[in-house]
Unconditional design. Structure first.
Lengths: 283, 503
């Protein structure tokens, strides 16, 4: 029996078991949600999923690459049920975890394609830095409508952006690091028209976030903006030409940020321009 | 969007939520139930989602005397009891910081001066720039005085908008008078006649369903639709509102506004865009196309005693402050026609009532039967027509009844439902209608509010029905609480060889 049939059989069995609890189930999906998730990211990815499925019922497929492991694919299937408040019904979301061993790591599309929910968008959250020339990235980009990365997870965002722009023509890309800066960008937008003549930007925060804010300002304002940065786990302060920008307050959780990305369809020209302007050559 | 914002290149792609300009919301009737149960919780929900402007204030105006601190404490309690979001002190603090209360009767010039002074003070302290959104949650008898006071004192700077609660008049003549009164001080685009049904997500989803899906609109007409049923059923009684209900009845309370608006949204032509005038132009065309139903096409009823969800409840005439010989209807059913190219000869059966078997608002589109079903002789429970059912409340969503083969030998067909439940697909929690509508009014977007000509058309129909009712004396009560209404309503639809939807 093939792996896909095995997964379908496991899902059928689980649904039948769920049906015995007497509560009518709805199998509602709004998308297929792929998660490319090297083992070291698994715990974080599962935690994010916990806060996400309630808002975005989906078939979630974790792809856990293990190139050094035993060749082949091992699948684990589970159903997450969420009771609908006041309706005596529950929504079932399917979570499929696929461990891709050996050469299977490089060819995920053959197992992903038959598991996609027909006619619904496919989002892939790529954990960590993609292998830019890897066949797995090429294959996933080929079956995905939107690739969601977080460039703050990359060792060197600056050089990563150079590779990321090559993907823009093939798949819509969004970046949690850029989304995370949204409240700050709104604050900066409020400084218009004064900010139109900005020369220096200082950011206290992660490198990716800082680079993207600077790239965004350069691309939107069509002018050079010099960036200096002090490291911090999140953006905690910004200065424009030495003047402090008022903090926008608390940011969003990881689940909320990913949830926001999953509501976006199509390419994001503002983000793409910010990435291009964040490239070291552009700076 | 101002010229300054248009020129701001940083705004593109910022997913800017629709955030209104700085303003003060002034609630007339602030000590009432609506304020506690709906308005303040809605404002809290907007604050919770950071949808209110940063420079914002709430001024409560009502007859009862209390301090601003007492008013704020009462509103805090209301938020804890009625808000859909958990209580957060920081969110509350942002609301409470700009909260004031002025005790005055609405026709007291000196009291109204104090409202004006409070607003000027707020403009100075909170930077609300003279922008005012007045919410008139006042009884009809106080309406004229409140409008006049607001109109005479409208600020010279900033915008003024007025949200007007129902009932908007009690017949066409009074509605025309109210429109004239309002227009003495306010332009039509400053007047927001609220029908909270239009703020419901599922009602707006009707537009999405029809105009965002290519499969429905081609069959949304007399050729494919046999008839439409619209039900606005309540299981509760009049809940102590005898004063209002005795003079309104089901026809003014539900039929004149909610029911006819649901019908207009169901029957309207596609608007060219989703701007206020485009949508309302199409709705008003439907209302103008409706011809007056004959006496046999309208049924009225009044509930007697009975059991609702296992609890014994009194008859309408036994409710507190209701005339023991009252002829007020608590139920109305009607067969209506929209006389236009799309809907000619397609009946719209509508019904609304109190103390019915359960609370339910639905729009059921019943399609024509399959023209030549080859399975008829062997069908299980009879071949039923397809029904597209829009659940407005509760269980918000859409379901489609289709015939499917029962597994096994033979060709037995059974009706099954394909469900789309809002709560199942979009688990963000549906916003309360008032949140959407108050926010829209702050933004000046009147799409989901009723325009003067819509109100007038609605009253014309109601007046025609009421006129016929004046000529006879109904035998009330004529349905038991906890049932689906009077037998005459069943006869109304059975005469056409149809029946009300099974529940």
């Amino acid at each position: 029996m093939g792996i896909v049939s095995d997964i379908e059989r496991q899902l059928g069995r689980l649904r039948a078991r769920e049906a015995q609890d007497g509560m009518p189930e709805l199998r509602t999906s709004t998308m297929t949600h792929l998660v490319w998730c090297p083992p070291e990211w698994r715990a974080k990815a599962r935690a994010t999923l916990a806060g996400l499925l309630e808002r975005h019922p989906a078939r979630t497929i974790f792809l856990i690459p293990d190139p050094a492991g035993e060749p082949g694919i091992r699948a684990r299937v589970e159903l997450k049920d969420f009771e609908l408040q006041g309706l005596s019904r529950e929504v079932l979301s399917e979570v499929i975890e696929l461990r891709l061993g050996g050469s299977a790591t490089s060819h995920p599309a053959s197992v992903v394609l038959p598991l996609l929910v027909s006619d619904l968008p496919v989002f892939c959250r790529w954990r960590g830095e993609p292998g830019w020339t890897s066949p797995e990235l090429a294959e996933i980009a080929g079956v995905t409508d939107r690739l969601v990365v977080d460039s703050s997870e990359w060792r060197d965002p600056g050089s990563g952006y150079g590779r990321l722009v090559e993907l823009f023509g093939r798949v819509a890309v969004s970046d949690i690091a850029f989304s995370r800066t949204l409240p700050w960008r709104r604050r900066l937008a409020e400084l218009w028209p004064r900010i139109g003549s900005i020369e220096r930007l200082r950011v206290e925060g992660p490198r990716a976030d800082a680079e993207l804010i600077a790239g965004w300002l350069r691309s939107r304002l069509k002018r050079e903006v010099a960036l200096t940065r002090r490291n911090a786990a999140a953006v905690t302060a910004i200065w424009v030409d030495g003047e402090t920008v008022r903090s926008p307050g608390d940011g969003l959780s990881a689940s909320e940020l990913l949830s926001g990305e999953l509501d976006q369809f199509g390419r994001d020209p503002v983000y793409e321009a910010a990435v291009r302007a964040a490239l070291p050559t552009a700076g | 969007m101002s010229a300054k914002e248009t020129a701001n290149p940083l705004l593109e792609g910022l997913q800017l939520r629709r955030r209104p300009e700085a303003c003060a919301v002034v609630i007339f009737g602030a000590s009432g139930d609506l304020t506690k149960r709906k308005l303040i919780p809605a404002l809290y929900a907007l604050a919770y989602r950071k949808l209110l402007p940063e420079r914002f204030a709430i001024v409560g105006v009502a007859r009862s005397e209390q301090s601003s601190a007492q008013f704020a404490a009462a509103m805090k309690k209301a938020v804890r009891e009625h808000a859909r979001d958990p209580f957060r002190q920081d969110v509350w603090d942002t609301l409470a910081a700009g909260m004031r209360y002025v005790g005055t009767s609405f026709d007291d010039a000196e009291g109204e001066d104090r409202v004006g002074e409070a607003l000027e003070e707020i403009d100075a302290q909170r930077g609300t720039g003279g922008n005012r959104l007045y919410y008139l949650a006042v009884p009809p008898q106080a309406f004229t005085a409140a409008v006049a006071e607001i109109g005479e004192r409208r600020a010279r700077e900033g915008w003024v908008r007025l949200i007007v609660e129902k009932p908007f008049g009690h017949d066409l003549a009074s509605a025309l008078e109210l429109n004239e009164l309002l227009h003495r001080w306010f332009r039509e685009d400053e007047i927001f006649r609220i029908d909270h049904y239009l703020g419901k997500e599922t009602v707006q989803n009707m537009l999405a369903l029809r105009f965002a899906n290519g499969i429905f609109e081609p069959i949304w007409n007399r050729q494919f639709i046999d008839h439409v049923q619209i039900t606005v059923a309540e299981s509760m009684g009049i809940e102590g509102r005898a004063g209002f209900y005795e003079s309104a009845g089901a026809i003014r309370d539900i039929f004149q506004n909610h029911l006819l608006q649901l019908l207009a949204l169901t029957a309207m032509e596609p608007p060219i865009d989703f701007t206020a005038d485009s949508v309302r132009n199409e709705k008003v065309k439907v209302l103008k196309s409706m011809h007056t139903p004959g006496p046999k096409s309208v049924v009225r009823g009044q509930y007697g005693a009975g059991f609702v969800e296992g609890i014994e409840v009194p008859a309408y005439r036994e409710e507190k402050d209701v005339d023991p010989g009252s002829l007020t209807e608590t139920y109305i059913a009607a067969k209506l026609y929209v006389d236009n190219w799309r809907w000619a000869d397609t009946p719209f059966y509508v019904r609304a009532g109190k103390r019915l078997a359960r609370r339910e608002t639905t729009i059921a589109i019943q399609f024509q039967r399959a023209p030549h079903p080859p399975f008829e002789a062997i069908a299980g429970d009879g071949l039923r027509p397809n029904v597209l059912l829009i659940h407005v409340q509760p269980d918000e969503g859409v379901s489609l009844a289709i015939g499917a083969k029962v597994p096994g030998a033979g060709m037995t067909i059974r009706t099954v439902h394909m469900d789309f439940l809002y709560g199942g697909a979009f688990r963000t929690g549906l916003p309360e209608a008032y949140e959407r509508l108050i926010l829209d009014a702050m933004l000046g977007d009147a799409t989901l509010f009723t325009r003067e000509d819509e109100v007038e058309e609605q009253w014309k129909l109601v007046d025609a029905i009421n006129g016929a009712w004046q000529r006879d004396r109904p035998s009330f009560p004529n349905y038991a609480s906890g049932t689906w209404g009077p037998g005459a309503a069943d006869e109304l639809i059975h005469r056409d060889n149809r029946s009300w939807r099974r529940h």
